[in-house]
Ligand binder design. Structure first.
Ligand SMILES: Cc1cc2nc3c(=O)[nH]c(=O)nc-3n(C[C@H](O)[C@H](O)[C@H](O)COP(=O)(O)OP(=O)(O)OC[C@H]3O[C@@H](n4cnc5c(N)ncnc54)[C@H](O)[C@@H]3O)c2cc1C
Length: 425
């Protein structure tokens, strides 16, 4: 099997790249030239995983089938997990795919390519913390679904217990930890609406951060506002409290032992250890080192998104959906030029548009870069939440087109009115 362009990983960046290339090449050519490989059959935009985990977003409604997306956007899709990559020989080996009983669904395969793009994202960085296996993570949709089931069981158990309380500890107060705290508060409130008064229970959320402030990547003013908003709603925020050990029902943070029914690890990311096995240069976080054209040390093999280490001044381009999105657009231009045998002289230039965090259904918070007159400005409240939601819609627009996104958004709004906002099954 040979494809001109093989994209491995259909997440925030890889899927947008496949869709852009397929649409530009059109129905007749796209499907024969572009192949997208993913280890999952369904795409869920990773920045929504905290909502899936809290049950405020239904993964089964949110998930989009790669096969359908491939048909709509004129690329080919195959289910598979990368097993080996030979940049010189221009071949990719995919491991066999088995179902949950161990029976083979797809055999191991080898695919040759002219250009390949690695877009396989990242996982959690536990920094060697003992007992980290007791914590939930939000790396894949299946992690978020597993947590949602445990959360629902824990909510129900708490409602019937004599103590009427539930403790959740979240390690790491970056955007994921902060947004998950806010979403869990909402899930709790929604749950209480459906319970009789004598079943009401308390939810104690501890948000634990090793650094001196939460949302360290955002301006201090936003950290302070977000911390105040969470504390006002009952979250216990602890900063300068590195977690040294995790057990099934507690963790040790700084000098304190914190008991918790559920523990979530959201304290850092790292690319897969297996990235070291492809003969490409990687950094300490296992990211593929790329040049200004997003090309790895293997000629013709590119990398984007969380799995790529791309210089941005004296830093690296941050691991964010907006970076993966910009890199996908850049590579779409570059690869279209290569396909047409043309030179492509432009380097990738990351533009930071700022950051937005969600603090629940009605509130967001963020700073936007380069607004009127090139100034940075802060946004808060419903406006910030609206902008945050627009990013999600923008990803859908990139892979579904404008009208399908509009229909989907309206359908979900109507569905929510009927079935409620919290997924209770
Ligand atoms: C809860 C949460 C909230 C976030 N919120 C924001 C936010 O508000 N704004 C923001 O900018 N960023 C946010 N992020 C970060 C953002 O999700 C990532 O930076 C972004 O998804 C990276 O895109 P990517 O394409 O590199 O990887 P991903 O989107 O992670 O996609 C990787 C894809 O590769 C596939 N894959 C992985 N390994 C293999 C393999 N070996 N073989 C085949 N396929 C493979 C996966 O199935 C997946 O589809 C958030 C992350 C989380 C977890």
């Amino acid at each position: 099997m040979h494809y001109e362009i093989v994209i491995i990983g259909g997440g925030a960046g890889g899927l947008e790249l496949a869709a852009q290339l397929g649409r530009r090449l059109g129905r007749k050519i796209g499907r024969d030239k572009i192949l997208l490989v993913d280890r999952s059959v369904v795409h869920i935009w990773k920045p929504t995983l905290h909502e899936v985990a809290a049950g405020t977003l239904d993964a089964h409604q949110e998930g989009l089938s790669y096969v359908i997306l491939a048909r709509r956007n004129h690329f080919s899709f195959t289910l598979g997990e990368i097993a080996a990559l030979d940049a010189e020989g221009k071949t990719l080996s995919l491991a066999e795919v088995v179902d949950d009983t161990g029976e083979q669904i797809v055999p191991a395969r080898r695919i040759s390519f002219t250009w390949a793009v690695l877009a396989i994202g990242s996982g959690s960085n536990f920094f060697g913390t003992p007992g980290a296996e007791h914590a939930f993570v939000l790396e894949r949709a299946s992690d978020a679904i597993r947590f949602q089931r445990r959360l629902l069981a824990a909510f129900t158990r708490a409602a019937f217990s004599s103590e009427r309380k539930l403790g959740i500890a979240i390690v790491g107060a970056g955007a994921t930890g902060v947004e998950l705290s806010a979403e869990l508060l909402e899930a709790h409130q929604l749950m209480l609406l459906g319970l009789s008064r004598d079943q009401h229970f308390r939810l104690d959320i501890s948000l634990i951060e090793a650094g001196p402030r939460i949302l360290a990547a955002l301006p201090e003013r936003i950290s302070a506002k977000a911390q105040a908003a969470l504390e006002a709603r009952g979250v216990t925020v602890q900063v300068s409290a590195p977690v040294s050990r995790i057990a099934e029902d507690h963790l040790v943070a700084g000098e304190r032992t914190i008991e918790a029914d559920l523990i979530v690890w959201a304290a850092g990311i790292k690319a897969a250890e297996s990235n070291a096995g492809y003969g490409l240069e990687i950094n300490r976080a296992n990211q593929f080192v790329v040049n200004a054209r997003l090309e790895t040390s293997g000629a013709g093999v590119f990398a984007l998104g969380d799995c790529a280490a791309c210089a941005w001044g004296d830093r690296l381009v941050p691991a964010r959906a907006q970076a993966a999105h910009q890199q996908a657009s850049y590579l779409a231009d570059l690869l279209m030029a290569r396909l047409r045998g043309r030179d492509f002289g432009r380097d990738f230039a990351y533009r930071d548009f700022g950051s937005l965090v969600s603090l629940g259904e009605k509130r967001g918070l963020g700073s936007l870069m380069g607004g009127l007159g090139g100034r940075n400005f802060f946004v808060d409240g419903l406006i910030a939440k609206g902008m945050y939601m627009a990013l999600h819609l923008d990803h859908h627009r990139a892979i579904l087109g404008f009208w399908n996104t509009l229909v989907l958004a309206l359908a979900r709004l109507l569905q929510r009115r009927v079935s409620g906002r919290l997924k209770l099954h």
